[in-house]
Design a protein around this ligand. Structure first.
Ligand code: CP3
Length: 363
């Protein structure tokens, strides 16, 4: 018996039935039929859960990301509570950037804040390559989680070069990404050097997670929707494609997600994803026509709908499952992260409803 990088025990080359690689989530990512439409929520581990707020009460965000025990507990919380079909590693997109030597913090209610923004060639040189030893707490947390989760798959993730570059160039969150775009248009050579460095950091961070046993990876390019398709193709796609191509042989599905990306869905699929994440603005059947028949889709309930009365939520879930039938594989999710004010009971009910409405008799 051998163990491959997906953490799936294999005998005579046959995947073991029942392991995470045979889960409804991984099957849907691979466009294979399964017992029901799988569901998980971006930002499911976080501030909507009282047990999360309790455990995080006196621990700063980055410190909690560096504690394998805390990461394991926080990652498991939504799995226990909601019965979601996948866990997502508790971490943040800026964790590998901090490991690469950039001085930054995650400020509650604001997000990542960078001490010295990256705007010159010398600044780009400050971004060091990373390896397993620089993020050993992530390696350890993934191994602990894979052992705890059994058949439930664990999703690893990282930020894509554009979204990471935006935080580094702006120095923090930005509505317009004006400084980022000024660098991109004004000094394309420096821009590509910055994104190439970030792509290496991201790829290394994802490889550590894959080697430790995650069953899928998601590349978050949350802010890519700020770009036109032409600019996305010219300034961003090659760098995201480098990350995704670097994982092509890893044996785990690759999910690629951004917000406001209606015009970019085809290009984001071309960057090398197996699954394209869709926000709530584009119906999944329309998205599928843009992405093409050889990729699964993930999404796309508006997170704000969860704040409405249950009949509204139920109708939206039914509509999304219907629209998702146009795709060759559908992973139910929100169109962006869970809002902190969401009632966790509603998330639990959504999981049960998705499972009930999508149940397929065993083949
Ligand atoms: O999805 C999950 O449950 C896993 C954990 C996760 C976090 N951040 C934890 C977190 C994931 C996948 C992320 C990714 C992330 N981080 C993205 C991409 C996804 C997206 O939302 O678009 C981005 C852009 C970031 C950067 C970032 N970090 C933001 C915008 C914020 C929120 C700022 C705020 O407080 O409103 C953070 C902080 C953060 N990351 C929190 C959590 C649980 C909140 C920290 C806290 O509890 O105080």
């Amino acid at each position: 018996m051998t163990t491959d990088t997906t953490g799936t025990a294999a005998r005579d080359g046959e995947p073991r039935r029942g392991g995470p690689a045979d889960s409804p989530f991984v099957r849907a990512c691979r466009r294979e039929p399964g017992p029901h439409t799988p569901v998980w929520f971006m930002r499911q581990a976080g501030r909507s859960l009282p047990e999360y707020r309790e455990i995080r009460a006196n621990v700063p965000m980055l410190e909690s990301c560096r504690s394998p025990e805390l990461v394991t507990e926080i990652t498991l919380q939504p799995v226990r509570r909601h019965g979601v079909d996948a866990a997502i590693l508790f971490s943040d997109i800026v964790v590998p950037v901090a490991a690469a030597g950039i001085d930054l913090d995650i400020v509650p209610g604001t997000g990542p804040v960078v001490a010295e923004p990256v705007r010159t060639a010398a600044d780009v040189e400050r971004i060091n390559p990373i390896g397993r030893d620089d993020v050993s707490y992530v390696d350890e947390a993934v191994r602990l989680l894979v052992a705890e989760l059994g058949d439930t798959p664990l999703i690893g993730f990282a930020g894509a070069p554009f979204t990471l570059a935006s935080y580094l160039v702006e120095g923090g969150p930005s509505r317009t990404h004006a400084k980022t775009k000024a660098l991109m248009y004004g000094d394309p050579e420096l821009w590509h050097a910055l994104c190439a460095r970030l792509a290496e950091v991201t790829l290394s961070f994802l490889r550590v997670q894959v080697d430790a046993g995650v069953s899928a990876v998601q590349l978050f390019d949350s802010w890519a929707g700020a770009l036109s398709e032409a600019d996305y193709r010219r300034y961003v796609l090659p760098h995201s494609a480098h990350v995704l191509a670097g994982l092509a042989g890893a044996g785990v599905p690759r999910i690629h997600f951004g917000v406001g990306t209606a015009e970019l869905l085809g290009a984001m699929g071309e960057a090398g994803a197996d699954v394209v994440g869709v926000d709530w603005r584009t119906p999944l059947d329309v998205a599928t026509r843009r992405i093409g028949p050889d990729k699964a889709v993930q999404g796309n309930l508006d997170p704000a709908v969860l704040l409405a009365p249950w009949p509204v939520v139920e109708a939206a879930v039914r509509r999304i499952l219907d629209e998702g039938r146009a795709a060759p594989g559908h992973v139910f999710n929100l169109g962006h992260g869970v809002l902190p004010e969401t009632d966790p009971e509603v998330l639990t009910r959504v999981v049960a409803l998705v499972h009930e409405l999508s149940a397929r008799p065993a083949a």
